[in-house]
Design a protein around this ligand. Structure first.
Ligand code: OGA
Ligand code: MN
Length: 301
């Protein structure tokens, strides 16, 4: 009898989904066994506080929510985003004119590299990484260009107590330089990312724990995204790398993920404190255009 090395025991004592949670304003359909839900019955251009309370509850539970067939302007996307908190600014891509918090994420037909094409958590390289990201699809290829999401709480829960304790004692050195500096990934190719530079933000380093505690749910989550982590604190690179590889491979195992197929008018909102995501680059010759807003977060602990 052979056992796959990539299989995990189901932790039945710590379910991710709580089926007793009830909603009266919205419908919530989970998209996988451990992360993601599609929400229907709501127009995000105009939501009242009671509806937002339900959306927020569903969001904490499912970590990434998907909405379809939304018709919203950048101002309306900002209005929805403000329910979550204060809007963040992004230092490496110019914003929409008149909307300093709305960043166009565009892949043109002849662009080779896509934005976010590796597992990551948004702006984890800041002292206060973005809490949430709200991505709204304007134009998408007829197929391809999906986004994958992985639950970092499910990944943490699936580790053995010994590994949880060991990783719980580690910190990592976060930096934007690996992708955004003049030596970084995005500078080596023609990409809109290369058009705006913030040297100070490129070069800054911040230390965050490899296991962070979600400030609202109290759940522990792995917090180590390879594109934004240089090495582990107090370790040399060659000592850090095998541990970082283990964490990345484990954290993004298929059973911790869900996958979203976009349509024009689709909107996703994910919790960067406990989710990593990955934009697939499988639509050569096609155009894709999204508007993105990030919400300010806290110092991870
Ligand atoms: C992002 C990102 C994913 C996508 O906006 O932060 O990673 O599918 N985008 O465009
Ligand atoms: Mn991203």
């Amino acid at each position: 009898m052979s056992q796959s090395v990539s299989s995990f025991e189901t932790t039945s004592d710590s379910p991710t989904m709580d089926s007793s949670v009830k909603y009266t304003k919205i419908r919530v359909e989970p998209t996988s066994g451990c992360i993601g839900a599609e929400v229907s019955g709501v127009d995000l251009a105009k939501i009242d506080d009671e509806t937002f309370e339900e959306i927020h509850r569903a969001w904490l539970e499912h970590q990434v929510l998907f909405f379809r067939d939304q018709k919203i302007t950048p101002s309306e996307q900002e209005g929805f985003a403000r329910h979550f908190g204060e809007l963040d600014t992004y230092p490496f891509i110019p914003s929409l004119p008149d909307h300093p918090h709305v960043i166009p994420i565009v892949k043109e037909r002849d662009t080779k590299l896509n934005f976010g094409g590796g597992w990551h958590s948004d702006m984890s390289y800041q002292e206060k990484p973005s809490m949430a990201t709200i991505l709204y699809a304007l134009e998408v290829p007829p197929h391809g260009g999906d986004t994958l999401f992985a639950s970092m709480t499910a990944a943490y829960d699936a580790l053995s107590p010994g590994m949880q304790t060991m990783l719980g004692n580690l910190n990592a050195v976060f930096t934007a330089a690996k992708v955004h500096s003049s030596e970084g990934l995005y500078s080596k190719v023609d990409h809109p990312m290369g058009k705006k530079k913030d040297e100070a933000k490129e070069q800054a380093r911040f230390i965050h724990p490899v296991v962070r505690t979600h400030p609202e749910t109290g759940r522990k989550a792995l917090y180590m995204d390879a594109p934004h982590v240089e090495r582990l604190e107090n370790m040399r690179l060659h000592e850090s790398q095998p541990l970082m590889d283990f964490i990345s491979n484990h954290a993004t195992s298929p059973q911790f993920t869900t996958r979203f197929r976009w349509q024009p008018g689709s909107l996703a909102v994910w919790d960067n404190r406990c989710v990593q995501h990955y934009a697939l680059n499988d639509y050569p010759g096609q155009r894709r255009e999204m508007n993105r807003i990030t919400i300010k977060g806290d110092v991870p602990y």
